[in-house]
Design a protein around this ligand. Sequence first.
Ligand code: SF4
Length: 341
Amino acid sequence: MSALLNVQDLRVRFRTMGALTARATGMKVPFIDAVCGVSFEIRRGETLGLVGESGSGKSTVARTIIGLQSPVSGRICFEGQELTELSASQRKPYLRRMAMMFQDPVGSLSPRLTVQALLTEPFRIHGLSDRDTDAETKRLLRMVGLPADFARRYPHQLSGGQARRVGVARALALSPDLIIADEPTAGLDVSVQGEVLNLLARLQDELGIALLIITHNLNVVRHMTDRMAIMYLGRFVEVGSTEAIFGQPRHPYTQALLSANPEPDPDAVLNRIELKGEVPSVMRRPSGCEFHTRCRYAQDICSRAFPEPSADEMDAKHSFKCHFPLERSPLPLKPVAPGEC
Ligand code: SF4
């Protein structure tokens, strides 16, 4: 099956200061590279997870795909159509087929609009004013399991879970082929998180929507995604099927992230790997492998040479960028019973 969305070598750059100020402050360049050559594809009905710490560039990738941010280079193809070559008006019909769920469930909804106005706003934005707004509101509320009388409520009258359902309903308004969900469970209680994820999974099943889930919550990734990409300082450091990466991470950064993920089994003891220090600033990227300042396996070459991508010997679709990828061996991350060594 051909890809619904195909992103090739995407690069996004933000200007931080004028050229003169940059020179005066000793910065070589007055901009930062927020996304550095990211490539991936999503097929219809598939779910891809983008994982990484804050500032890794995940949300910038999403904002660039839906046209809220311009790339400096790279290709974004939707059903074979290269979007970056189109004018804003030519791009609009394609953007209509993608919807974004923003991070903060309540804060992302305009406080002055009723639920009905929020749900039908996408029709107005896209010039579909002939739609029956009452009927559409009822349809969308039904799809996300909310009563019809919620149409008259305002965002402050909604719980976090209800606001998230309204966010999902709004994303569904234009019957998209792709939904980009930025931290879909952020700010929600654990029980409500499960409800929202089950709702998304059910809708995806029924409607065949592709999902791009951006999160640092690895339980969400494990529960929801077919494939995952791990981002560090604007680059993918490991990409593969969720099963393969959870089963055998090959990049030390992925290994550390997975080791910090709480296991459902309360008796399990994890070999948690502490990451040294903070994520470096993208304004001052480390040389060579950019993870070397925090990597427990770093050797001399790591600070000198950028690692080229390599693929797993058993799975060509599982790739990683590391000079010394972790061995294909039983995981040191597997939970062990208390008292066991
Ligand atoms: Fe660690 Fe070196 Fe691999 Fe980078 S290239 S992740 S520093 S071992």
